[in-house]
Design a protein around this ligand. Structure first.
Ligand code: NAG
Ligand code: NAG
Length: 222
């Protein structure tokens, strides 16, 4: 009973991002460096995310947020993401029509079968999007090769594909702010990740491994 109430308390405080000493003295907290690495692995392993944009002044919904699933591909060593923008999409229209071209792009660990989805890692990458309209054929080929390695189905709507049902453009999301939630705050890092640290964490991503801690709160009984 005591353990149960403690766990509930721990869960509640963790959800609020506060930390309490762990019930298990052998556990430790995810470090900032691990968080940067884990965020890069998340973005590499997961093929889709949620793109948040803002309705532009010219619309009835001016200033209101809009979020929808998109594809990304981690084709830059410094963490910038490759996107395909289609003028038919609401997200693309919001990006094109806002002067700063700002977005937030969130990637989250899958939660199926997990007792407490709140214990799962997620990261929000904030920045601005540049449309790559004047790239060389060889640059476009590199992007196609990288992008289709993550999204084989996208070959039907790659920029420049004459059979594509919609006009599309290559684009790059450059990141200037990162907010990471590793899971519950007593064992996971929660907070900003410096962009420089994230940018440098690439070489470690090749080992593919999500650096963490055998022990996770969702395996506990609560
Ligand atoms: C990453 O590289 C892209 C493309 O060269 C550049 O535009 C962007 O500013 C870089 N971002 C960082 C954080 O270095
Ligand atoms: C994105 O932001 C950078 C620096 O914050 C700026 O230099 C660049 O012009 C912006 N790009 C777009 C497409 O607005």
């Amino acid at each position: 009973m005591l353990v149960k109430s403690l766990s509930i308390l721990l869960t509640l405080t963790s959800v609020l991002g506060l930390t309490l000493p762990s019930l298990d003295p052998s556990s430790r907290r995810e470090t900032l460096a691990e968080a940067a690495h884990n965020a890069r692995v998340l973005v590499k392993d997961l093929k889709t995310g949620t793109m948040a944009s803002v309705y532009p002044d010219s619309t009835d919904f001016a200033g209101r947020p809009f979020a929808m699933m998109e594809y990304h591909a981690p084709c830059y060593s410094n963490g910038s993401l490759t996107l395909i923008l289609m003028p038919i999409s609401r997200s693309t229209q919001n990006i094109f029509q806002n002067p700063g071209h700002h977005v937030a792009y969130t990637v989250s660990m899958p939660t199926e079968g997990v007792r407490s989805p709140m214990s799962r890692g997620r990261v929000a990458l904030m920045g601005n999007v540049t449309t790559l309209r004047d790239i060389s054929t060889s640059q476009a080929e590199k992007l196609s090769k990288c992008y289709t390695s993550y999204h084989p189905d996208s070959k039907y709507w790659l920029p420049g594909n004459e059979d594509s049902p919609h006009t599309s453009y290559w684009a790059r999301l450059d990141i200037d702010r990162i907010y990471y939630v590793g899971g519950f705050g007593d064992v996971h890092y929660i907070g900003p990740i410096p962009v420089d640290l994230y940018a440098k964490s690439e070489h470690e991503v090749h080992d593919e491994e999500y650096k963490f801690l055998e022990k996770d709160l969702d395996q506990m009984v609560f």
